[in-house]
Write a protein that binds this ligand. Structure first.
Ligand SMILES: *Cc1c(COP(=O)(O)O)cnc(C)c1O
Length: 218
């Protein structure tokens, strides 16, 4: 597909949903993609990127940032508490806050580094044991903890189970966000970002439709 096609699809999905095209942010997921492919997208004007491993992003992004200081980097993977220091130093948004000890570790690091990163809470809408994210029933308590810690929670994020039709998961995430008064929804990937926009996604995380297939996991 590529950037032009994905952007056009976002615009038409917004139109179909009666939404403004600029109400959706494209997060280009560059995990396992070479830096030169990222740079090509930067040349074409893309600035928001997502990575799911701290170490990989640390290798790729600092040199790119020197040339493009306005890159905005989202962390979208499982964040180990012992990686919060490096994550807070490198990333601009953390999309995957999913437990109390991580929320506390992030608070501590943000204070230390005097950096306040907007965060999403990741919700495990499919309640899959192997997947990150807080169970829907535990979300209100985690959100309360984050508020007490004064973490800047701007919305919710989910990764629906691969074998499910995503609609119910997107609808559930939208409902949960609405109940908490949260405005941002990070949902939808290459296969289903248009559906996610229909359900109110404000951030779509698109990898292969932009970059082509990923290199085998390093
Ligand atoms: C890899 C990944 C994506 C992008 O997936 P594609 O199917 O390549 O678009 C989106 N979100 C998360 C959390 C990912 O890990």
């Amino acid at each position: 597909m590529g950037l032009t096609d994905v952007k056009a699809d976002i615009v038409s999905a917004c139109k179909a949903a009666g939404r403004k095209p600029d109400s959706v942010t494209l997060v280009a997921v560059s995990k396992f993609q070479e830096a030169d492919k990222v740079e090509k997208l930067l040349n074409d004007g893309q600035r928001v990127f997502g990575e799911n491993r701290v170490q990989e992003a640390e290798g790729k992004y600092p040199p790119l940032r020197k040339k493009y200081p306005d890159i905005q980097l989202h962390f979208i993977g499982h964040l180990q508490t012992n990686k919060t220091k490096n994550a807070v130093a490198l990333f601009d948004v953390i999309e995957t806050v999913d437990r109390e000890d991580l929320a506390k570790a992030l608070r501590k690091e943000m204070d230390k580094q005097d950096r306040e990163l907007p965060c999403f809470i990741q919700v495990n809408t499919g309640e899959e044991p192997q997947k990150g994210g807080v169970a829907p029933k535990d979300l209100p308590a985690l959100y309360k903890t984050c508020q007490d810690l004064k973490l800047n929670i701007i919305g919710l994020m989910c990764i629906p189970p691969e074998e499910d039709v995503p609609d119910l998961h997107f609808a559930l995430l939208a409902k949960l966000a609405d109940e908490l008064g949260l405005k941002q929804l990070s949902m939808g990937m290459s296969a289903d970002f248009e559906t996610a926009i229909k359900y109110g996604a404000t951030h779509v995380r698109v990898g292969t439709a932009l970059f082509g297939d990923r290199q085998a996991a390093a």
